[in-house]
Design a binder for this molecule. Structure first.
Ligand code: URA
Length: 268
């Protein structure tokens, strides 16, 4: 018996092969740059089997790329984009490679810390999917000492400026500084500028922000600006299905999802 074919849309096939993002692939296909088994196809939704059919871009055969999984210590002042119209430094300027890889989620220009990069779109999408609930741990320096009730408000969930409520998080004071303090925030989601907006919503300005951990993966002593490949164990630990992640030991017990309620338990 023949094994079943795994047909996906042509745009998805190109992203699965690690060539471009699905959106970019659509543009290439509609521009007539892509052929399948020798025929030019302009419909990004046409179903193909990337393992069995010959897909070419600009006449060049596309083969599945070796998957690449990297961790970068993004320094402050660097953009998480491919190119910047104002010519500012991007994470790609720090990478000594020219093959296509993309950042898994993003960090603001003013944020430093752990950034993942890959050419494996499925793995990357699984990590950023809202339902993945992989904990992201941040250290934030605030402009003034934080009140205990504000830590509690952050951990219960706050209304952001667009009236979206954040999920329960874990928030604790790390230490006081001369004028402010450092807090640790563990989030189970990744909304745009979430840490800064959460802190603003309870009346504090974030003066410095570092992402120190994603799931099991810590920044360790990787110097700012440096990149290292993930080990196979690290790749698997982040690529696990949601059910396994929510049982993982690195999910703080206070944030673990309970099966019955589907909600997060808060710290007592
Ligand atoms: N939250 C923010 O406010 N900024 C980031 O870069 C990441 C999380």
């Amino acid at each position: 018996m023949k094994p079943a074919t795994k047909k996906v849309s042509l745009a998805r096939a190109l992203s699965k092969l690690g060539v471009v993002s699905r959106n970019q692939a659509r543009g290439w296909i509609e521009a007539g740059r892509v052929s399948v088994n020798g025929r030019s196809l302009k419909n990004p939704e046409v179903r193909v089997d990337p393992d069995r059919e010959s897909i070419r871009v600009d006449g060049r055969i596309i083969r599945a790329k070796t998957p690449v999984y990297l961790m970068m210590h993004k320094p402050k002042g660097v953009m998480t984009t491919r190119s910047d119209e104002r010519g500012r430094k991007t994470v790609y300027d720090l990478l000594e490679r020219t093959d296509w890889i993309f950042p898994v989620g993003r960090l603001d220009r003013g944020t430093s810390g752990l950034l993942l990069l890959t050419n494996d779109t499925q793995w990357g999408n699984r990590i950023v999917a809202p339902e993945s609930k992989i904990p992201r741990l941040y250290h934030a320096k605030l402009n003034r000492p934080i009140a205990t009730e504000d830590l509690l408000r952050l951990s219960k969930g706050v209304d952001l400026d667009d009236h979206v409520k954040t999920r329960p998080a874990q928030a604790r004071l790390l230490r006081l500084t001369e004028k402010g303090c450092w807090i640790e925030l563990t989030l189970m989601e990744g909304k745009n500028r979430q840490v800064r907006r959460m802190c603003e919503s309870v009346g504090y300005r974030v003066e410095n922000l570092i992402r120190v951990r994603i799931g099991d993966l810590g920044l360790g002593d990787l110097p700012a600006g440096a990149t290292r490949p993930l080990t196979p164990v690290e790749v698997r630990s982040l690529g696990r299905k949601q059910a396994e992640i929510s049982r993982s030991r690195t999910v703080p017990a206070s944030l673990r999802q309970t099966r019955s309620s589907g909600r997060f338990r808060e710290r007592s």
